[in-house]
Design a protein around this ligand. Structure first.
Ligand code: XMP
Length: 516
């Protein structure tokens, strides 16, 4: 792998993703890992990420200089560039000039890192300290008005560094610089492709499962769908998917899942209608965490019941099912502090809210992958575009979008309003642009309106369109006014209980995407 050494902040994940986009496999490791442990992973290259620290701060994270003598190609970025300069005998200064955001860099024509890019290019900077003198043996290959040593390289030792962030899209030729490093500087071939990933996984799953029967909790979302498709490619009919209809789904969702999987993908899906169970359990509950806990618990119950049905139907060997497929992604693994050795598994966000305390061995074929890779693999496996491109929808469903008590009546109102909003956004061609657009019913709030000749006293619904790359942060999407107007008019005409449509214009942070 290419190891991305994480010096904090959120740069490492983005770098790891960009490396994958160059069709090279990457893994994130903490900076606290010893050089020996890093080298034991036999890295094809090492990238030192940016980070929030100053190399002068007490206990500033650094790297073992032995890393640079191992013959492994290294690229230092931002903080990683500075710590690399320091470790190799260059000097880093507190220049006092802080450089944030956009700037222009002039790059040397003979540079390997910047081959094929223009002499002057827009780059994105974020630093207080700066490298003042490159270590011996390095050529300085870029400068900006504020920063004379903005990049250096020693192609013979395959060591490279740059001050700006090539991983952010504001750096015009950043991806090209990364690719130059990976393919030319480090000589790594571009073989991390969807086809190769699928072949590897299929083989690994077959070997592990043998002729056992496997189940997969399907939420209809991208991750569990692609995981199911991959396992199905490996073991075909030995897979049964379970789809729990908890009564908190959006309009048409259950029908869509049944159609897409059984007909579109030839995968056996058992749907269990558990809406009564969930509604009964949620009666009288308005507190968000209480709702989530109840929904999680009832998921277990539903799933256990469904499992008995699977055994009865397909006659699993030995009357028991040993394996459960989960759509855990790499960010889940990294965020739970895992990724190393016997990681503990964070499973709550996957498989439509399946709990951890079910007694199965987990099959997690997407565990090394980022969302965009999962989508690419889904497409390669022939998963219908309607599923692969689907926007996220939370496991607890509309249960956390009715603010107040979740009743059949409130769900009916929200489902109608949500269906209209989704229809209009799709018709306006905005599905790709927005990450998701929760519609939220404020069941506990009423406001006065007028319709025809009469006074109304109805509920508001909130539109929450957001743009995001990974749901960790998000901004509210500036939807065109005419689209908002159409949604508002149609909802208030078609759903008599709703007399007001409002727009949520808050980023995340400080708000979250969902209201509960
Ligand atoms: P928040 O509201 O935390 O949401 O900004 C971030 C993303 O996660 C989704 N979400 C969930 N997904 N189970 C899920 O499977 C959940 O309990 C859950 N809560 C939030 C949310 O829709 C957004 O995409």
């Amino acid at each position: 792998p290419v190891l991305v050494v994480d010096f904090g902040a959120q740069y490492a994940q983005l770098i790891a993703r960009r490396v994958r986009e160059a069709s090279v496999y990457s893994e994130i490791v903490p900076h606290s890992m010893s050089a020996a442990d890093m080298l034991a992973k036999r890295p094809a290259a090492i990238i030192l990420s940016g980070g929030p620290a100053s190399v002068y701060a007490d206990g500033a994270p650094g790297v073992d200089p032995a890393l640079f003598d191992a013959g492994v190609p290294v690229l230092g970025i931002c903080y990683g560039f500075q710590t690399m300069a320091q470790a190799l005998g260059g000097t880093v200064g507190r220049t006092g000039t802080r450089e944030y955001g956009h700037t222009d860099a002039d790059v040397a024509s003979g540079s390997r890192l910047f081959a094929g890019t223009p002499a002057r290019q827009a780059v994105w900077m974020s630093h207080g300290d700066a490298v003042q003198a490159a270590p011996d043996g390095f050529a300085v290959t870029a400068s900006t008005a504020q920063t004379p040593v903005a990049a250096f390289e020693d192609p013979a030792r395959r060591l490279y560094g740059l001050q700006w962030h090539p991983e952010v899209m504001h750096s015009q030729f950043g991806q090209r610089a990364l690719e130059n490093f990976l393919h030319d500087g480090a000589g790594i071939p571009a073989t991390w492709t969807p086809g190769n990933i699928i072949d590897e996984q299929v083989e690994a799953i077959r070997e592990r499962v043998g002729d056992a029967h496997v189940i997969c909790g399907l939420s209809g979302g991208v991750d569990s769908s692609v995981a199911a498709a991959l396992v199905h490619r490996a073991i075909g009919d030995q897979l049964t998917c379970i789809f729990v209809d908890h009564g908190l789904l959006r309009a048409g969702e259950r029908e869509q899942v049944e159609r897409d999987y059984a007909q579109g993908m030839g995968i056996r899906v058992i749907t269990v209608d558990e809406s009564e169970r969930f509604l009964t359990a949620l009666a009288g509950v308005a507190e968000p965490e209480a709702k989530r806990k109840i929904i999680g618990r009832e998921f277990i119950r539903s799933f256990e019941a469904a499992q008995r049905r699977v055994i009865a139907q397909v006659g699993a060997a030995g009357g028991e099912i040993k394996f459960l497929v989960q759509g855990t992604l790499y960010p889940d693994v990294v965020e739970s502090g895992g990724g190393e050795g016997a990681a503990n598994i964070k499973s709550h966000h996957n498989v439509g809210g399946l709990p951890e305390d079910l007694d199965f061995e987990l099959i997690e074929p997407l565990r090394a992958l980022f969302k965009d890779e999962v989508r690419a693999i889904g497409r390669e496996l022939g998963v219908p575009e309607g599923i692969v491109a689907r926007q996220p929808f939370p496991g607890p469903g509309l249960g956390i979008r009715v603010i107040g008590e979740v009743t059949a009546e409130n769900l009916r109102i929200l489902r109608a309003a949500d269906g209209i909003a989704r229809e209009e956004l799709t018709a306006a061609g905005l599905d790709k642009e927005i990450w998701q657009c929760p519609v939220v019913l404020l069941a506990g709030v009423r406001s006065v309106g007028v319709q025809g000749d009469g006074r109304t006293y109805g509920h508001p619904v909130v539109l929450r369109p957001v743009s995001s790359e990974d749901a960790m942060t998000a901004d509210w999407t500036r939807l065109p006014y005419d689209v908002l107007a159409r949604i508002s008019t149609r909802i208030t005409n078609a759903v008599p209980e709703v007399n007001r449509v409002v727009l949520d214009v808050t980023s995340k942070p400080p708000a979250t995407i969902e209201w509960e």
